[in-house]
Design a protein around this ligand. Structure first.
Ligand SMILES: NC(=O)c1ccc[n+]([C@@H]2O[C@H](COP(=O)([O-])OP(=O)(O)OC[C@H]3O[C@@H](n4cnc5c(N)ncnc54)[C@H](OP(=O)(O)O)[C@@H]3O)[C@@H](O)[C@H]2O)c1
Length: 277
């Protein structure tokens, strides 16, 4: 009883999976959410780890989130951190992408994150009352302040995550709960391959000529990405540093992202359109 526990959403693959393993190695109890049960396969280290509990919820399903949080409550461990990691990237032109797709972008990355925060906050307040320094860590993105063409739905969802992070941090400051964002740039995870399969917004329309450029572009970005362990290290720091940074960007050529961020919009336009026309 009373182990320090962390909830991470979306631990089936990528950053969530690596972060869950990392936090288990570092001695935390980890509650990880998945949409489909993890395989009971011998090779699945998470499923067999004694300090890991699998929760089943889609972040769009409020009732299922509530049931997951109830499980944490019933087990009686102090919830000292929530890592809002679950996310999707919906690529496509703004003009032609289906409504269901752009709504899914916001339902998962924005409204799902809000639901997880609201449902878990009572446990974070309780952990604070028990003497802990609880944290919410939102996995944002460099796309939370720079917008590539054909990634505007994803980018606007991450702009929203940044605003929610700042707003929630300022609201919870008086209650001793810190809220920060960890913003990866390109990271080597399955999110890129999933994106490559989503070409419907480009099909049979004025953007179709771009289809052959999409896969090479995203493959190059993925190859140049950082390892997810670097992001997991930043999440660990955000959860445990005495005064964590309110926002941290994890990527190669961080200086370039910072330079472009402060450049005039017309200069940004030239940078973002030189490879995709
Ligand atoms: N990789 C990058 O280059 C990069 C860069 C910046 C930010 N990020 C952010 O990092 C986070 C993790 O992404 P990743 O790169 O590790 O990609 P990933 O491997 O695709 O992982 C995404 C995770 O989110 C889960 N998820 C998706 N939709 C969900 C839903 N509706 N409800 C609950 N869980 C859901 C997925 O579960 P299923 O297996 O069930 O789909 C998976 O576990 C995301 O927020 C992403 O935006 C990634």
């Amino acid at each position: 009883m009373n182990h320090k526990s962390i909830l991470i959403t979306g631990v089936s693959t990528g950053i969530g999976l690596v972060t869950a393993r990392d936090l288990l190695r570092r001695g935390f109890r980890v509650y990880g959410s998945v949409r489909s049960p993890l395989s009971e396969d011998e090779s699945n280290d998470l499923a067999h780890h004694p300090q890991f509990t699998e929760l089943h919820f889609d972040v769009r399903d409020r009732e299922a989130i509530r049931a997951g949080i109830q499980r944490i409550t019933d087990e009686g461990h102090h919830l000292v951190g929530v890592v809002n990691n679950a996310g999707v990237a919906v690529p496509g032109p703004i003009e032609t992408t289906d409504e269901a797709e752009y709504r899914r972008q916001f339902d998962v990355n924005v409204f799902g994150l809000i639901s997880v925060c609201q449902e878990s906050l009572p446990l974070l307040h309780a952990a604070r009352d028990a003497g802990h320094h609880p944290r919410i860590v939102n996995v944002s993105s460099v796309s939370g302040y720079l917008t590539s063409p054909f990634m505007a739905f994803y980018s606007s969802s991450k702009f929203a995550v940044e605003a929610l992070t700042d707003g929630l941090r300022r609201e919870l400051m008086p209650f001793g709960i810190d809220v920060v964002s960890v913003a990866p740039g390109p990271t080597k995870t399955p999110i890129w391959a999933k994106g490559r399969e989503q070409t419907s917004g480009f099909e049979d329309n004025r953007y179709s000529h771009l289809i052959p450029q999409l896969a090479p572009y995203t493959q190059a970005a993925e190859r140049g990405g950082v390892e997810p362990q670097l992001v997991a290290d930043a999440i660990y720091a955000a959860l445990t540093d005495k005064v964590p940074r309110a926002h941290v960007l994890i990527m190669k050529k961080r200086w370039l992202a910072k330079l472009i961020r402060h450049a005039p919009k017309r200069v940004q336009d030239r940078f973002f359109t030189k490879r995709v026309r």
